[in-house]
Design a binder for this molecule. Structure first.
Ligand SMILES: Cc1cc2nc3c(=O)[nH]c(=O)nc-3n(C[C@H](O)[C@H](O)[C@H](O)COP(=O)(O)OP(=O)(O)OC[C@H]3O[C@@H](n4cnc5c(N)ncnc54)[C@H](O)[C@@H]3O)c2cc1C
Length: 400
């Protein structure tokens, strides 16, 4: 049987793309260099709108069975001002579920991969893509190595790069660019922290921030994000750096006192990078392979699933017409950027706020007296309120 589409990477974006394409009757070859379940550095938060996409993928029931619901977020400003926002219906905007979710990545990714396995998808683990085959102005497929180090040459009219932040395909096509935001994330798990419940907790303390996400009873994912330059001298001594850094974040240190770390500290950085749209045909880029900014607003998985949805629509149309030229596929990249543009502006503005102590305190003191505005902000970050509603909400407040 000939392959219509090769999908490289079976993380959330690649698995979702493979599921949607297979449901359209296309023949899909999905490759991943890992064997699932595989570890993934992540804050393990899912926005309240992610269930809409998981439902469409046939994965929501399984996710519900293992995920912990989060009714909102508690945010602690540098001066200790505490805000609690909830995911709730605001006017006509209602989330797919009135809660976000905390879920270990090993569980989420395994659920999506199981869903792939229930469909006629040719899925191979332990196959590492090493290069992309380009002929003229078209990607024709990929070169790969299988588990026994045998060379594979795989061809298809369309290749989907879903191979994450270190995407070989994106690098080989020369599309990756550095970002000036230079941060590193340190991620671990803690247990026995008192009062872990149905809230995600964010501690803003410039130049750092930390997120405590209760992924299972008595257990939380703890991510601390710091300037890359501060972490570099500590390479090889991550545990010590992590402990020292937590001590410098007094609200976090107090919050987790009595708890203990139960996993090694894993690090990733620099976090942010940009990726240009492909200039050749025969290829679409989804998920983290298409770029990443910062985990503060916890939206990578949602964005990855949404990009899969948009890519699948374009791929089906292009393959049916028999035209996978760069021009025929360009609509995908425009749609993806349009879908995230307004929220991206907001997340960039939030980065300015959380990078400046006085501004962070001032913003927290303003929001603590404006619960509706805070919930509106959470709705935008939770992907169910359009960002323009926030502007309208701020203007309405300033007039009243
Ligand atoms: C510190 C941190 C915290 C985060 N916290 C959150 C959060 O709380 N919530 C959230 O929504 N997002 C979060 N994100 C972002 C989220 O992790 C990503 O957006 C998400 O994993 C993207 O999914 P993906 O499928 O594009 O890539 P990935 O999940 O990285 O999957 C890529 C897959 O490609 C495979 N692969 C890679 N190279 C090859 C190759 N050469 N050949 C074959 N296979 C290959 C890999 O094995 C992997 O399985 C966080 C990110 C970071 C860095």
């Amino acid at each position: 049987m000939t392959t219509d589409v090769i999908v490289v990477g079976a993380g959330p974006a690649g698995a979702a793309t493979a599921i949607l394409l297979a449901e359209h009757g296309l023949s899909v070859r999905l490759l991943d260099r890992a064997r699932f379940p595989r570890p993934k550095i992540c804050g393990e938060y899912l926005s309240p709108e992610a269930p809409r996409l998981l439902d469409r993928l046939g994965a929501l029931k399984a996710v519900d069975a293992v995920a912990s619901p989060l009714t909102g977020m508690r945010i602690t400003a540098p001066d200790g001002t505490t805000l609690v926002g909830t995911y709730r219906r605001i006017g006509s905007w209602r989330p797919y579920r009135e809660h976000a979710m905390a879920i270990p990545r090993e569980a989420l990714d395994a659920i999506l991969v199981d869903r792939v396995r229930s469909l006629p998808v040719d899925f191979s683990e332990h196959v590492r893509v090493t290069d992309v085959i380009v002929s003229g102005d078209h990607v024709q497929g990929v070169e790969a190595l299988d588990a026994d180090n045998r060379r594979l040459t795989l061809r298809a009219p369309l290749t989907i790069a879903a191979d994450g932040r270190a995407s070989v395909i994106v690098q080989r096509l020369g599309l990756r660019r550095p970002h000036r935001l230079q941060r590193m994330a340190l991620v671990t798990y803690v247990e026995d922290v008192q009062g872990l419940g149905r809230l995600g907790e964010i501690f803003v303390d410039p130049p750092d921030y930390a997120i405590l996400n209760p992924v299972a009873p008595g257990r939380a994912n703890l991510s601390v994000v710091v300037p890359l330059a501060h972490a570099m001298p500590w390479s090889g001594r991550l545990d010590a750096f992590f402990a020292a850094r937590v001590k410098q974040l007094p609200h976090l240190a107090r919050r987790i006192a009595g708890g203990h770390r139960v996993a090694p500290v894993r690090a990733m950085g620099p976090l942010a990078y940009r990726v240009d749209a492909p200039r050749v045909g025969g290829v679409l880029v989804v998920g983290d392979a298409a770029g990443f900014f910062d985990p503060f607003t916890g939206e990578g998985i949602f964005k990855g699933l949404r990009s899969a949805e948009l890519a699948a629509e374009t791929a089906v149309r292009a393959l049916r017409r028999g035209d996978v030229s760069a021009q025929a596929l360009a609509g995908y990249d425009r749609a993806r950027r349009r879908a995230s543009r307004d929220k991206e502006r907001l997340t960039h503005a939030l980065q300015v706020v959380i990078a400046h102590r006085r501004l962070a305190n001032l913003t927290a003191r303003l929001l603590v007296r404006r619960q509706r505005l805070l919930d509106l902000l959470l709705g935008v970050l939770g992907d169910y309120v359009p960002p323009r509603a926030l502007v309208t909400g701020i203007l309405a407040r300033s007039r009243s």
